[in-house]
Design a protein around this ligand. Structure first.
Ligand SMILES: NC(=O)c1ccc[n+]([C@@H]2O[C@H](COP(=O)([O-])OP(=O)(O)OC[C@H]3O[C@@H](n4cnc5c(N)ncnc54)[C@H](OP(=O)(O)O)[C@@H]3O)[C@@H](O)[C@H]2O)c1
Length: 292
């Protein structure tokens, strides 16, 4: 006998222990009641074990794959270049191939741009400044060969993660709690978004059978400094430490050059959404009880 839930189509979520993967699982009842989700974590199997991956895929035959697993930071990719290539490019190629006849969702990043101009559209050419951006741009190209497949280019996402340090909000809050303070650049701009909002939009696009490339980010272009000032208002217990957030310039950063303005133009996305994405300040105001 099959239960109602067993008759629902199955969606695979890779990287289910990460920030976006865990939001997919947490919000499934609200945003994806018609789907059964299988969250894949490294504890189940290493996705780079392509034989195990193929075996599981053929056994489950998912009707949708949402691919969140990645080497997901500039620093991690720089430290592990071979792994970054394998996970961000070769694994993406493998999964998109297995999922050739079903919808497939791949997350990319605003960091495929060099940040010289800002307000980037989907049609603007990529010019990454580092290996992370290069591997994500290569992943995009692989996925976009299949018109049924979807690439969501997102910016920095906030929320609560299993490891407690994946959301941009978590990093600032932890630093303030530890009394460490943080320098935030007044001249580096992104389009920050809540992970929960990214996931809401993902499901709307999936349910519309959308394919192709969409920017999915907050509607406001904010400097890192502005983001910090906004977040601390959410944490009354830390407001006394507001001066521990120091303004700085990305031009003084001692490491490799940084992309200064990778804000994203949302016109293509907002035109198809039933509920447009707000800016981060408006989203936070509309979700006063959401952990952030
Ligand atoms: N979060 C953001 O602000 C942001 C911004 C732009 C783009 N993106 C993109 O969005 C996607 C999801 O990001 P995220 O923030 O959710 O990343 P995340 O928190 O780092 O999660 C990635 C997950 O992938 C898993 N993973 C990596 N390699 C694996 C392997 N070989 N086998 C099994 N699992 C593996 C990791 O497992 P372990 O923890 O065990 O390593 C981790 O749980 C990524 O493609 C990222 O590039 C994210």
């Amino acid at each position: 006998m099959t239960t109602a839930s067993e008759t629902k189509p199955l969606a695979w979520i890779t990287g289910a222990g990460g920030l976006l993967g865990s939001y997919l699982l947490q919000t499934a009842a609200e945003f994806a009641p018609g789907w059964r989700l299988r969250g894949l974590t490294r504890a189940q199997f290493d996705l780079l074990d392509f034989a195990a991956l193929e075996r599981e895929f053929l056994k489950d035959a998912p009707g949708l794959v949402i691919h969140c697993a990645a080497v997901s930071t500039v620093a991690e990719a720089k430290a592990n270049p071979t792994l970054a290539q394998q996970v961000n490019v070769e694994l993406t190629r493998m999964l998109a191939g297995l999922a050739a006849t079903v919808p497939f969702v791949f997350f990319s990043t605003d960091l495929i741009f060099d940040g010289r101009r800002g307000n980037y559209r989907e049609t603007d050419p990529a010019n990454p400044l580092h290996l992370y951006g290069e591997t994500k741009a290569a992943g995009e190209q692989l996925v976009l060969r299949n018109p049924r497949h979807l690439v969501l280019r997102t910016s920095i996402n906030g929320g609560t993660s299993r490891t407690g340090n994946r959301g941009f909000n978590e990093q600032l809050r932890q630093a303030l709690q530890k009394g460490q303070g943080m320098t935030l650049f007044t001249d580096e701009f992104r389009s920050p978004i809540a992970a929960r909002e990214t996931i809401r939009v993902l499901w709307e696009l999936v349910h519309k059978n959308s394919g192709g490339l969409f920017n999915v980010a907050g509607a406001d272009r904010l400097s890192r400094w502005q983001i910090g000032q906004l977040l601390i208002q959410r944490w009354p217990e830390l407001l006394a430490k507001i001066n521990d957030i120091k303004p700085g310039s990305a031009k003084d950063f001692p490491g490799p050059p940084r992309a200064l303005d990778t804000s994203l133009d949302l016109a293509k996305l907002q035109a198809v959404l039933t509920t447009p994405i707000p800016g981060l300040a408006a989203w936070l105001a509309a979700h006063p009880h959401e952990p952030f």
